[in-house]
Write a protein of this length. Structure first.
Length: 387
């Protein structure tokens, strides 16, 4: 299951860079590329909670198959059609809108695969292993786009999407786990403080990462493989951090401590825009990323009923994707406006700093999972007993 979902989600580590490189090459503007990335991320953000909730109505396999097919066609259109900025934004939005909700599906399935004592370590392992995507994918898509062509890079993304989603959809676990239809109104789960905090903090964390991604590409120019290597090193730091201490029991202050590590690394990138310095500082920042994500996954699961899990992760994903949209767009405009990449790194550092502040101010709303079952609450309903 872990291997299948990682393959299905592998395009998520390629799509942003593939679109950024393709649109920047076609338009000659990082601001235009940032707008297209923002449109893609907004599409994903709008669809996330909706398609995740649909899985409880129509079943996981039907929803995943439909969204994967539409997303593939949108990516191929971006690659093969000659478009103006509006056209690129429209197809980017459609690709985002139809992104298969693999993350919501698999994190809803996990509590049914292991016992409660294994769930937090599983979330940590998942958050760590997903960094394999961010280690390999940036290098693969940068090499393909630069050595073969940016259109071919997008075609590669579409191909992996089809193969990965097919593997995941056909997995027996996807057929065995049935998500109950939620009896609460759409969006009500977002009113739970831990879910809201996971959404907001995911917005800030991924916003910082997205701004860094645009900054790194601008630093080394779109023709250099160094951008993919530096981003891969940051992801390697995240992988090591998750495997080293992501499994530590989660208390209320765990998220703030892990966000501090991210903030220190991102803030130090402003000192020097040298490949070795950036790689070292982004490695430090990466050490906190997977552990912070593990906290977000765990507090979300522990705060909802099983029927609400997919929608809750959909909203958390929406927060992350809006963060990606904001981070990429702000970074793009700052790069064009200042004539350099420093603005992108400043934006990333500010996103992370605000994340630390939010985690500290609202620490009392975060659950203490050090001695508590992190599994979602079972769905119950009144049972009639004959007299």
């Amino acid at each position: 299951m872990i291997a299948a979902q990682l393959t299905a989600r592998f395009p998520s580590g390629m799509t942003a860079l593939a679109i950024l490189l393709h649109v920047e090459q076609q338009s000659g503007s990082y601001a235009a590329a940032g707008l297209v990335l923002a449109a893609t991320s907004v599409g994903q953000a709008v669809a996330g909670p909706v398609t995740s909730r649909w899985m409880g109505v129509w079943g996981m396999r039907r929803v995943l198959t439909l969204t994967a097919a539409i997303c593939t066609l949108a990516l191929l259109s971006l690659a093969m059609l000659t478009l103006n900025l509006g056209g690129y934004m429209a197809f980017g939005f459609l690709a985002g809108l139809s992104t298969p909700p693999i993350q919501s599906a698999v994190r809803t399935i996990y509590p049914k695969l292991v016992n409660s004592s294994q769930l937090t370590p599983l979330f940590s392992l998942d958050a760590s292993l997903q960094e394999i995507i961010w280690v390999i994918a940036p290098v693969v898509i940068t090499f393909t786009s630069m050595q073969v062509g940016t259109a071919q890079g997008l075609i590669l993304v579409a191909t992996i999407l089809v193969l990965g989603c097919s593997w995941f959809i056909l997995s027996p676990e996807v057929g065995r786990v049935r998500i109950p239809r939620s009896r609460r109104g759409f969006g009500r789960v977002l009113m739970k403080p831990p879910v809201m905090l996971a959404t907001v903090l995911g917005f800030l964390l991924i916003g910082a990462c997205s701004a860094v991604e645009v900054g790194v590409v601008a630093t080394f120019d779109h023709g250099s493989i160094e951008s993919g290597v530096v981003l891969g090193i940051m992801a390697a730091g995240s992988l090591i951090g998750g495997l080293s201490f992501g499994h530590i029991p989660i208390g209320p202050w765990a998220l703030a401590r892990r966000m501090v590590i991210v903030t220190i690394g991102l803030s130090l990138t402003l000192v020097l825009l040298n490949a070795y310095w950036l790689a070292a500082m982004l490695f430090i920042a990466g050490l906190g990323i997977a552990p912070a994500l593990a906290v977000l996954f765990a507090i979300t699961t522990a705060s909802v009923k099983f029927s609400e899990t997919a929608e809750a992760f959909g909203w958390a994903g929406t927060g992350q994707l809006i963060g990606a949209a904001a981070g990429s767009a702000i970074a793009g405009f700052l790069i064009d406006g200042t004539g350099g990449a420093h603005g992108a790194y400043l934006a990333a550092a500010l996103f992370a700093i605000v994340g630390v502040i939010v985690a500290m101010v609202f620490v009392r709303a975060l659950p203490d999972l050090r001695h508590r079952d992190p599994s979602p609450a079972p769905d119950t309903e009144p049972v009639s007993i004959p007299s």
